[in-house]
Design a protein around this ligand. Structure first.
Ligand SMILES: [Zn+2]
Ligand SMILES: [Zn+2]
Length: 289
């Protein structure tokens, strides 16, 4: 058995070398390391000005397949194969496999089922393989996160608001299922602007200033109108007053911000109604304004 080992990495062709090795029979059952060592010794004798370190190079086939020094020659290499010395070692074949993502599968001989993928479900982000992706492996949120003012929460779990990121990532998912490397459809996160803009553009909500200007300053305030409307459809007047008082405390003398908060909260209420899949389907696709 013969192999041709080429080293053509340096820019200067004077540093290139091709070595033809005729393997002793017993080397065919031995490790590929023997080929590397033979090449390095031969090369360094001829190029003392550019010595190669065996730990700093690797061997690849014509098809750019990595050949681990510990693999058996006859299991990986054909007679009269052209092999290439590349700079940079790879620890071993199994660590290479571990680092592979679905996008990097090419001539590796690794089973599709064993490719490491990253779950794209909201709030999961765990690594998984198809081989071990059973029901219940994934705990995730069904709808996108909301980053509004300094609050952070999942739009499927609006009652669990937190203010720092560490607590945010610890909010347990509200759904279980299998991991998926497909990105959920629709917005990947929502901010106050999306929620507010959304409501405003759909309802053509006037700003406080516009509203007052139109009414010559004599109009009932929008929040009073809102309260009347809510009470008319059956909501609790005192709950509304408490919520309004709470928001007035958080945003003193800032009626616009209080209205914006109401808009955000009502948007969630509306989206809870729109989401007819019971919280396990894709998040609602919010139109951007
Ligand atoms: Zn959730
Ligand atoms: Zn997952």
């Amino acid at each position: 058995m013969k192999v041709y080992i080429h080293y053509v990495e340096p820019a200067a062709t004077s540093l290139h070398q091709t070595l033809k090795i005729t393997l002793p029979r017993k080397w065919e059952d031995g490790p590929i390391k023997n080929l590397l060592e033979t090449f390095v010794k031969n090369y360094n004798d001829k190029h003392p000005e550019n010595e190669l370190e065996i730990d700093g190079i690797r061997l690849e086939t014509e098809m750019l397949e990595y050949l681990s020094p510990s693999e058996i020659v006859k299991e990986r290499i054909n007679d009269r194969a052209d092999l290439y010395i590349k700079l940079g070692a790879r620890a071993n074949q199994s660590s290479t496999a571990r680092d592979l993502t679905a996008g990097g599968l090419a001539n590796t001989g690794i089973d599709e089922l064993d490719i490491v993928r990253v779950c794209k479900h909201f709030g999961c982000q765990k690594k998984f393989t198809l081989r071990t992706n059973f029901d219940g492996e994934c705990r995730y949120h069904s709808k996108p996160p909301v980053f509004h003012e300094t609050a952070k929460y999942w739009s499927c779990c609006p009652h669990k608001k937190v203010w720092d990121f560490d607590s945010f990532v610890q909010i347990p998912g509200c759904c279980t299922g299998r991991h998926s490397d497909q990105k959920p459809i629709g917005n990947q996160y929502l901010g106050g602007n999306e929620l507010r803009g959304n409501t405003a553009s759909q309802a053509k909500l006037k700003t406080v200033d516009e509203f007052n200007a139109e009414q010559n300053g004599t109009a009932e305030k929008p929040l009073d109108l809102l309260k009347r409307a809510l009470v008319t459809v059956g909501c609790s007047a005192s709950d509304f007053d408490k919520a309004r008082a709470e928001l007035n405390k958080r945003f003193p003398d800032n009626e616009k911000e209080v209205m914006a908060e109401f808009a955000t909260e009502f948007s969630f209420g509306l989206h809870n109604v729109i989401g007819t899949t019971g919280g396990t389907g894709p998040p609602p696709v919010l139109p951007t304004s």
